[in-house]
Design a protein around this ligand. Structure first.
Ligand code: RET
Length: 237
């Protein structure tokens, strides 16, 4: 199969995603729709990149071709498009629509980050490995952007106490999550600068901090921000 079609699809989808984001409304009541609609071509670009490399392309003995990447793309993007419609339908019932939009966008980017990281890990050819690593990092940047810009603004708008709790939690999360691509890059899946056991131990420690320590820290910060009755305190304790 000629690569031109796949690379054209990749280029149009990537630029389309950026253009939808750049020209779309950024704040309530339409900001979450912009994110949903920008995430759809980002996911499609990922599928085209996979098809260009032949990743997930199955050819049977009789010559029939199945592009598995296309089905993975559709299985994620069609629910997002439908979620957009559902959110429009419930538009006037409070700000829950916004939450749904942000949740869908951040989860889509996060799933892309992990799936493309897996492809990078499995890739044998160095160029292919690092292209997928870079694409996974692009999704990671998207997750960090949502956490640090629109969601932080939303948390601050809920008052100083909630804003402070959010700020502390997102700082720890960002510091720990940043270590994962670094360990991947220098470990056995990447540059092989550290041994397999060292990387397993490093990830074990990071997982404990990211999952267990983070849970306690986040609960403490939320407790400080909320009164005994669950009402937001005016100022953090
Ligand atoms: C990969 C490799 C490619 C580039 C990037 C990565 C990021 C992984 C992250 C994982 C976080 C995992 C957590 C698990 C436990 O709770 C896939 C390593 C950007 C950020 C927090």
């Amino acid at each position: 199969m000629d690569q031109t079609a796949f690379l054209t699809g990749f280029t149009i989808m990537s630029l389309g995603s950026l253009a939808i984001y750049a020209t779309g409304r950024k704040s309530y009541p339409a900001g979450h729709h912009t994110l949903l609609h920008a995430s759809v071509p980002f996911i499609a670009a990922t599928a085209y990149l996979a098809m260009a490399f032949g990743i997930g392309t199955l050819v049977t003995v009789d010559g029939a071709v199945t592009y598995v990447a296309r089905y993975l793309d559709w299985s994620v993007t069609t629910p997002i498009l439908l979620a957009g419609l559902v959110l429009v339908a419930f538009h006037d019932r409070g700000r829950t629509g916004e939450v749904g939009g942000y949740l869908t966008a951040i989860i889509s980017l996060d799933v892309l980050m992990i799936v493309t990281g897996l492809i990078s890990s499995l890739a044998q050819v160095p160029l292919v490995k690092w292209v997928w690593f870079a694409w996974s990092c692009a999704a990671f940047v998207g997750v960090l952007y949502l956490l640090w810009v629109p969601l932080r603004t939303a948390a601050n708008a809920r008052g100083t106490a909630v804003g402070q709790a959010y700020g502390k939690n997102v700082t720890l999360l960002t510091v720990v999550w940043f270590l994962y691509p670094i360990v991947f890059a220098i470990g056995p899946e990447g540059l092989k600068m550290i041994s397999d056991p060292s990387s397993v131990w490093a990830i074990l420690v990071m997982d404990v901090v990211a999952k267990v320590a983070y849970a306690f820290y986040a609960a403490k910060n939320l407790d400080a921000a909320l009164g005994d009755d669950g009402e937001t305190r005016r100022h953090a304790a």
